[in-house]
Design a protein around this ligand. Structure first.
Ligand SMILES: C[S@@+](CC[C@H](N)C(=O)[O-])C[C@H]1O[C@@H](n2cnc3c(N)ncnc32)[C@H](O)[C@@H]1O
Length: 339
């Protein structure tokens, strides 16, 4: 008799990721079909299919799968959004993440179909690089970034900033590469009278201005349409915040940090939140996995551990502290530099 093998590890760990990939695809399909917009109240699959002009049997199949994935509930043949779907997948909600998921899918999975070729042969000699300085690209993205920030990120960042000992005495802040400006909004809302400048490219701040108006914060938050690599960024700030933006300009950090340093009042603070790769390129897990497609393409826009902190010290900041910080999409590095 030859004994059957006795595995020491659990093969379930190979199948769970496959199921997660399928769940992601089901959610994305339902977002693309605007299914969650039909499920505010309990409805049958037939009612959804009739209203949308879809195939009845397959609409029910999708809804059953979404129920198994805990995105919807089912009772007496009627389906309804789960609390998670009602909060984040219902179009029109401030926290609607459908658009953000669609874009993230596009960016994060874009080169994975060619992965084997890319590993064998390396990136294309002339990669089809996105120019991350393109104002139009970011302006188009701004509403989706605002929804992601509104779904938790802005509050998390504001809590970190409000915890700084200097916070109560701050009067004026700059949100550099602010996108929709949600971080500046959350931070000024956490302070009784701080004023904020939301700086981004001219096309982007057109969107930010509308968002600032929506939250009725025009008296304390103003926009500045500038290219921070080329143009003046203002002065007299007690706080400069850069969230997920400086990583696109690793090749010219010295100049940009010099400009930021000059714009800050003595005793002021510069805070950066960004992706920071560590552990020899293997951590943080979520970042490395979500960026894998970009890594194969040869496009990397991530700081290495302590890269920015060292550059800040070189730029003249007197003390620099960095730590890791958890967000819904994984860990970010938070660096606080004092002038
Ligand atoms: C990933 S988004 C981050 C937005 C926002 N800070 C956040 O955390 O949600 C990067 C932002 O940097 C802005 N940006 C990139 N290059 C810029 C430049 N040279 N001048 C001004 N803004 C720039 C982009 O327009 C975009 O809005």
């Amino acid at each position: 008799m030859i004994k059957l093998p006795q595995p020491k590890t659990n093969s379930r760990d190979l199948f769970t990721p496959m199921l997660q990939a399928i769940i992601h695809r089901l959610i994305l399909g339902a977002v693309n079909l605007n299914i969650f917009d039909e499920l505010d109240e309990p409805v049958t699959a037939d009612e959804v299919a009739r209203k949308k002009g879809f195939h009845g049997g397959n609409t029910e199949a999708l809804l059953n799968c979404l129920c198994a994935a805990k995105m919807v509930t089912k009772k007496n043949r009627r389906f309804q959004n789960s609390p998670l779907a009602a909060e984040y997948l219902r179009c029109g909600k401030e926290t609607y993440l459908g658009g953000f998921l669609q874009r993230s899918h596009q960016v994060m999975l874009q080169y994975l179909d060619d992965m084997e070729e890319l590993v064998k042969n390396g990136p294309a000699s002339q990669p089809n690089r996105k120019n991350f300085s393109e104002g139009e690209f970011w302006a188009d993205y701004a509403e989706d970034m605002a929804a992601y920030a509104a779904s938790g990120q802005a509050r998390l960042i504001a809590e970190q900033v409000a915890g700084l000992p200097e916070f109560p005495k701050m009067k004026k802040m700059l949100d550099l590469g602010a996108g929709p400006g949600m971080m500046a909004l959350a931070i000024t809302q956490a302070h009784p009278d701080m004023k904020a400048v939301v700086l981004d490219q001219p096309e982007v701040v057109e969107v930010s201005a509308k968002i600032i108006e929506k939250y009725e914060m025009q008296d304390r938050v103003q926009t500045l349409g500038r290219d921070y690599c080329q143009e003046d960024i203002g002065e007299g700030y007690d706080l400069v915040l850069a969230s997920c933006t400086l990583n696109f300009f690793r090749d010219r950090m010295h100049r940009i940090l010099g400009k930021i340093y000059d714009s800050i009042n003595p005793g002021g603070v510069f805070v950066s939140f960004h992706d920071g790769i560590r552990a020899e390129g293997t951590e943080p897990n979520e970042l490395i996995i979500s960026m894998s497609s970009m890594l194969f393409s040869g496009e990397t826009y991530n700081f290495r551990e302590d890269e920015l902190a060292s550059a800040m010290l070189e730029a003249g900041f007197r003390s620099v502290r960095s730590r890791n910080f958890d967000t819904p999409m994984g860990e970010l590095e938070l660096v606080v530099a004092r002038k």
